[in-house]
Each structure stands twice: as structure tokens, then as C-alpha cells.
Write a protein that binds this ligand. Structure first.
Ligand code: HXC
Ligand code: NAP
Length: 290
């Protein structure tokens, strides 16, 4: 099936050293596997070293290349700086940073404790900012070019109830991406983002559609193309955006959601619930005076 096929030519990421936050699970792992297949070396980071070590081993067995697992809570600047130092020591110059780590859960906002709100803000906005600033400062000091790719969401620009800390934080990451795309271009640093629609992962599904909610709110039903995303489809887009083929793409946020957010936005899009017979009746009665 073409949806599960790699798109870039073999060796497209040869020689690229890539740091992938949240790289041990879900979409981070899928993107990492494809980067490896294309010739990159990886540092995968998150809080759980045991998960990272197992994933790294499985990735190298399946795809070859080098995968270094490094524990790093992106909320802790000391850990971020230590991770950056270790990554440079183990792989040499880092060419790409993919900010993918995130935390999220659904809740009416008024039920959230301040710690719950801040936990999500801290992982998503503070964490991404800390990784970005650490990498960017070092690249600029060493006169090295680099590429950032940040994973946001489509509600980064529309907002969304029930995931308010995540929406606020992802909107901040989007602004960070666009701002630095302009400010740091003079140093040879590009910044782009991807806004995925629903892609099934254990991490997202267990927190956003817990229990029976997955049956009640089938995400595929909200997507005009009628399905959720395949991980390889996202990996293809991410590989392009971190490769040199996208050298002229800077400050862009690419949506990959089968048209989901636009369906929610268009005033009359829910008229797709009107059956054909009703359209027939309306057509037949057009122009007929009562
Ligand atoms: C309300 C909750 C909660 C929930 C935790 N809290 N879960 N409040 N509803 N479901 C509260 C806790 O009570 C606590 O507040 C505070 O949040 C911190 O909780 P901890 O468990 O101590 O935090 P921590 O161990 O740091 O874990 C962070 C986490 C967790 C975000 C809560 O879910 C996590 O580790 N997530 C990482 C992976 C993840 O979320 N993946 C999904 C990304 S999906 P108090 O006041 O009690 O101390 C995504 C997709 C978006 O972003 C778009 C989809 C289409
Ligand atoms: P996931 O598997 O839960 O990925 C989140 C990752 O972040 C985990 O590997 C987690 O690892 C890591 N992480 C969480 N807190 C961290 C912290 N404090 N420091 C470092 N790492 C941390 O979920 P996913 O669906 O693949 O999500 C990946 C990205 O895609 C996220 O940015 C998410 O917002 C975005 N996204 C997903 C969807 C979707 O439908 N799946 C849609 C839109 C956007 P540890 O627990 O080991 O730390």
C-alpha cells in the first residue's frame, strides 16, 4: 500500500545527526525509524531510559545505523544541557532537532489543578523552548547551520476546549517556530512545524480517548478523507522537512490531517448530513412559488 511506503530516495538523510525528543514511542519512533532507513544517525530522548534503550535496540536491529538513547526531561534545563552535550560528544555535530515530546489529557478546564495545567505547559512550551534555545545558542556560537522541526497540532491556531493547556502551549510553539524562522535564518538555521490530525498512538489515544470514548468519538468520522493517518505518511513529510530538499522551506507549518480542521471550520460543512433525496426535493421545488 502506497500510504505505508517511504517517499524519499535512499540516502536522502545520509550523514545527518538528528535529535528526536519523545523518540522512544508513537510518532517519534515512527519518524525516527524512517530517518534511520534514509541514512541518518539518531539521539532519541525522553524521561524513560528503559523504553528508549529497548526502542534503540529494536530500531538498529530493524534499520541499521546508530541510535543513542539519552534520558532527558525537557522541563529540566540541566538535563537538556547535559543531553545536548552528550549528543554532540557521541555523534559529533547535530544537524537537526525534532521537538516532538508532549504531554496532554482531556479535562474540563475548570477541573484542572494549577499543577495539571502547568505540567502540560511545561512539557510542551517550556520544554520545546529549552531544547531550542540550548541547540540554537550552540549552533550560532559554533557557526553551524541547523534545522528545527516542531510537532504542533491543528488546534494551535483554532484553539480547542477540553485540551486548553495543550492548545495554549502548541500555539506558543507555533509562534516560536515562525519567529525564529525569520530571526535565525541569517545563521543558517531553519524552523518549520508539522500539524498532524489524528494518528493512532498508544500515548495519544489513552489520554485523549480513554475508555469507551474511542467508540463514541471515532476520530476517522471527523476526517473528510474518511480515515486516520498512517505513521509513514507523517514520516515522509517529516523526512522531507529535515532534509536538504526542503532548504527553501522556512517558517512553514504543514498540516497533515485529511482536511479535518477545515471541516470543523466551514460554516456549512455539516450539510454533508443532508441525504440525496432531500437535495432532490429542494432542487425540484426551486423557483416554485408557494
Ligand atoms: C486531569 C490530570 C490528568 C488528567 C494528570 N493530571 N492526568 N488532571 N486529568 N487526565 C494532573 C495530576 O493530578 C497532577 O496534578 C498533574 O496533572 C501532574 O500529573 P503527574 O502524573 O504527576 O505528571 P507527570 O508524571 O509529569 O505526567 C505528565 C502527564 C502524563 C502529561 C500528566 O499524561 C504524561 O506523562 N504524558 C506524556 C505523553 C502524552 O501525554 N502523550 C500524548 C500526546 S498527544 P496535581 O494537582 O494532582 O498534582 C497530543 C495530541 C494532540 O498531544 C492532538 C490529537 C489529535
Ligand atoms: P506519545 O507516544 O505519548 O509521545 C509523547 C512522547 O513525549 C513520549 O515518548 C514521552 O516519553 C515524551 N515525553 C513526555 N513528557 C516528556 C518530558 N517531560 N520530557 C521528555 N519527553 C517527554 O504520543 P504521540 O501521539 O506519538 O505524540 C507525539 C507528538 O505528536 C506530540 O507532540 C503530540 O502533541 C503530537 N500530535 C499527535 C497526534 C496524534 O494523533 N497522535 C496529533 C497531533 C499532534 P516519556 O514518557 O518516556 O517521557
Amino acid at each position: 500500500m502506497i500510504l505505508a511506503e517511504g517517499m524519499l530516495k535512499p540516502g536522502a538523510l545520509k550523514g545527518k545527526n538528528i535529535i528526536l525528543t519523545g523518540g522512544g514511542t508513537g510518532l517519534g519512533r515512527s519518524m525516527g525509524e524512517y530517518f534511520l532507513e534514509l541514512g541518518a544517525n539518531l539521539v532519541i530522548t525522553s524521561r524513560k531510559l528503559d523504553v528508549l534503550e529497548e526502542t534503540a535496540q529494536e530500531m538498529m536491529t530493524a534499520k541499521g545505523g546508530k541510535v543513542i538513547p539519552l534520558a532527558c526531561d525537557v522541563r529540566e534545563i540541566d538535563q537538556v544541557e547535559a543531553m545536548w552535550k552528550a549528543a554532540n560528544e557521541k555523534l559529533g555535530q547535530i544537524h537537526v532537532v525534532l521537538n516532538n515530546a508532549a504531554g496532554n489529557f482531556i479535562s474540563p478546564t475548570e477541573r484542572l489543578s494549577i499543577n495539571a495545567f502547568n505540567t502540560v505547559l511545561d512539557i510542551v512550551l517550556k520544554g520545546t523552548s529549552q531544547v531550542t534555545l540550548t541547540a540554537g545558542k550552540d549552533w550560532i556560537a559554533k557557526k553551524q547551520s541547523g534545522t528545527f522541526l516542531n510537532i504542533v497540532t491543528t488546534y494551535a491556531w483554532t484553539g480547542s476546549g477540553y485540551v486548553v493547556p495543550s492548545a495554549a502551549a502548541k500555539a506558543g510553539v507555533l509562534a516560536l517556530t515562525r519567529s525564529l524562522a525569520v530571526e535565525w535564518a541569517k545563521y543558517g538555521i531553519r524552523s518549520n512545524a508539522i500539524a498532524p490530525g489524528p494518528f493512532p498512538t498508544e500515548g495519544a489515544w489513552s489520554r485523549l480517548l480513554p475508555g469507551d470514548l474511542v467508540k463514541k468519538f471515532d476520530p476517522a468520522k471527523k476526517v473528510p478523507v474518511g480515515r486516520v493517518g498512517e505513521h509513514q505518511e507523517l514520516a515522509n513529510l517529516a523526512a522531507y522537512l529535515v532534509s536538504d530538499y526542503s532548504s527553501y522551506v522556512n517558517g512553514e507549518v504543514m498540516t497533515i490531517d485529511g482536511g479535518e480542521w477545515l471541516k470543523g471550520a466551514g460554516e456549512f460543512n455539516n450539510l454533508d448530513q443532508i441525504p440525496e433525496e432531500m437535495w432532490d426535493m429542494m432542487e425540484a421545488s426551486r423557483g416554485k412559488k408557494p
